[in-house]
Design a protein around this ligand. Sequence first.
Ligand SMILES: *Cc1c(COP(=O)(O)O)cnc(C)c1O
Length: 218
Amino acid sequence: MSLNENWKNIQREVYQKNPNAKIIAVSKTYPTEIIEQAISIGIFSFGENKIREGIQKFLVLKEKGLQFELHHIGPLQTGTLRKLFGLFSYTHGVGSISSLKELSKQSEKQKHSLAFFLQVNLTEEPQKNGFSRKQLLELLPNIQNYETEFLKWEGLMTMGPTNEDLDLTRTVFSELNQIRKDYCPHKKLSMGMSADYEIALEEGADILRIGSKIFGKR
Ligand SMILES: *Cc1c(COP(=O)(O)O)cnc(C)c1O
């Protein structure tokens, strides 16, 4: 199927379940020409998991005068996060206090707006980025200390288990939604990818990060 058809189908499916949901088209590994085509059919929000790759591809498009909103969706590294400012509008992978501190510091230094999602690792897989439930609940009462004039906390992000067990995926998404209800009811939930976005929508997702279902297999 074509990019255009994929996009129409995904939109129809998603908006039927939640008319206010937002779809981020995850363009990692896809070349600039495909992204340009995506912009031409009306896709606006894109996701890249590597800062350097995102800059390489999207700076060219910005210089061409094209309009888009860029999300960083991968784990955030303290050493490189300063490069986010200016081109990226959101980062979804804030998973440690040290990266949060650095984000805060850089936002005041660079004076470019950025919004962030705290990544929560509810499956507690050691190889996965993110705060445990306990770490998150300790952080939330102090989260405003990290916000600045330029840096705003947008919500929570999570990923299903690496083994793609759909029952466990639902449990994880539902648990994140419950944390939101209990501790930050006005914040957004970023969860759901090509394999599990339907479940994510049913469990309260506001923002979906979808790649291969839009662009085709990588
Ligand atoms: C790649 C990626 C996605 C999209 O994955 P698809 O399976 O292609 O939809 C979503 N979120 C993150 C963090 C990713 O790295």
